[in-house]
Design a protein around this ligand. Sequence first.
Ligand code: ADP
Ligand code: MG
Length: 385
Amino acid sequence: MKARESFEKEFTGQYRLFAAPGRINLIGEHTDYNEGFVLPASIDKRIYLAIQALDTMRADLVSADLGEKASFLLDDTRPKLPHWALYPFGVVKELQKRGFRPGGFRAAFGGDIPIGSGLSSSAALESAFAVALNALFGLGADQMTLALVGQSAEHHYAGVRCGIMDQFASLFGKKGQVIRLDCRSLEHEFFPLDLEGFELILADTRVKHSLASSAYNERRRQCETGVALIRKHFPAVKSLRDVNREMLAGLENQMEGKVFQRCSYVVEENARVTQTCDALAQGDPDRVGRLMFFSHQGLREQYEVSCPELNLLVETAAKTPGVKGSRMMGGGFGGCTINLVRSNNVQLFQDRIARAFEKDFGHLPLFYQVSTGDGARELTGNEQK
Ligand code: ADP
Ligand code: MG
């Protein structure tokens, strides 16, 4: 393990080991800021962290993967740091803001989550430090507080206004399960992801179109516009979470076309999360797959956040034997698709996708095979290898 090796090379003395996973989202896209449902799972790709408490108020950090070092003082406010160090710094600051007093530490970390591909390596990094500092200094913060600490670190120090899903999944995830998270109440329920005979394969377009953030803001505004109009007729409605198809259908002729389209997508996608949970509980991967295809169709045609690269991946997947479902994952305009593929057909799937993608876009996509894995925790015994 690189984290271990780096720690031992750089520092001396005893240390403890922690790991925090990245995540996938099976279905439920652009529902989080509409107070709806998402269905993430923590995966078997992680950030590993070797850490030792110091009795000075200083943090010395090594990024094993980038081969870089950084240090800060715990009472610094805006130290000049490389980007990756802003995450642990942000976690320290957000813990302090909530009245927790972590001490100084030395740490080395590294991992196998693809960086910047939408598997939330950033949330894994935050969760790893949050869990480690909580344990190392006996802070007594609960898991939810640690998730909020990670999210705030991301908002205030990395400058990304993310929802809570990523940190939540990294901290609360369980092997073999997806989490249905209610983004309004933060209530959550586990459903078994029993994929005997199937694999989850991510296909990474390796593109990120610049449209992403402006379109994101525009979609949020359009959803708010929709809610404002719906409220005039249904005053109890606070977000699209509270809206169903019938309510929406009755208002179609009063709503601007695009706004209606956006609202329809969100209402239907929320319903698909619930339907996917039913399908999982019944052990029906075919139905899960169909819902994934419908999700993509909605994201492409109604919500309009897909792009040619993602669409080609999904279209090619749909034509490949053994592929049950495929859809874009994440905010859109690039990143990965998530695919539910029969184990025997994985090679065929990758070959076909790679060929079709390279022909149209001139470069190969990347593939990541993922399984579910446990949430952030301290590693013990032979897990420490
Ligand atoms: P994502 O969360 O989708 O992977 P982000 O852009 O949100 O992408 O976060 C990626 C950033 O997180 C990187 O630029 C880096 O600063 C930090 N990071 C993630 N993983 C690592 C790692 N293994 N080593 C160093 N920094 C990392
Ligand atoms: Mg991120």
